[in-house]
Design a protein around this ligand. Structure first.
Ligand SMILES: NC(=O)c1ccc[n+]([C@@H]2O[C@H](COP(=O)([O-])OP(=O)(O)OC[C@H]3O[C@@H](n4cnc5c(N)ncnc54)[C@H](OP(=O)(O)O)[C@@H]3O)[C@@H](O)[C@H]2O)c1
Length: 152
């Protein structure tokens, strides 16, 4: 299994696209798009049939939130790479998964100075990510909140 989770938000506070420093946008794309593809290229020869590639994405890839154009467009590109990979490698399980809002450093950076204590801790997403890993769902994009978790 390969999990592409590492990600860069970009500048904080989030700049409007009109003001987005292009060198910083390039750095975001390097981390969020090129590095995951590089890891996929390294892993593919080592992944047996049925293995999974999990890419952690965001609702910012599909929704147009003010200030989220840099990070969101990088996640959109990452999702499209993931979709195409799913078609090119039907022998593997290729997933994008949106974990939902999580109380992490990145989330705090996205909302500087705001109280984010009402957001769920990242560990709340884990059972649903494990269900995706263990389940037989077809390749595609999933929201963690929609993934059923078997009762313990
Ligand atoms: N938090 C949310 O509300 C939310 C919502 C939707 C999606 N996501 C996604 O969830 C995933 C995890 O994010 P998070 O919220 O846990 O953010 P986080 O706390 O900021 O963690 C980001 C991780 O990415 C790593 N990383 C960043 N740049 C890197 C680089 N150049 N090389 C290697 N590692 C690098 C960081 O490593 P270091 O610790 O070493 O810096 C850190 O482990 C990301 O894909 C994010 O886009 C988060």
């Amino acid at each position: 299994m390969l999990v592409n989770n590492a990600s860069a938000l970009g500048p904080s506070p989030l700049p409007a696209l009109a003001d987005y420093p292009l060198a910083e946008l390039e750095a975001v794309y390097r981390v969020n798009v090129l590095a995951p593809l590089a890891l996929v290229q390294l892993a593919l020869p080592r992944l047996p049939g049925g293995a999974s590639v999990i890419t952690v994405t965001s609702d910012a890839a599909v929704e147009a939130y003010e200030g989220w154009g840099g990070y969101g467009s990088s996640k959109a590109a990452l999702e499209q790479l993931t979709r195409v990979l799913g078609v090119e490698r039907p022998d593997l399980r290729i997933y994008s998964v949106d974990p939902g809002d999580m109380r992490t450093r990145m989330h705090q950076d996205a909302f500087p100075g705001e109280d984010i204590s009402d957001r769920a801790p990242p560990e709340d997403s884990v059972p649903r990510l494990l269900a995706l890993i263990d389940g037989g769902l077809p390749s595609g994009r999933y929201r963690a909140a929609d993934i059923a978790v078997a009762p313990a």
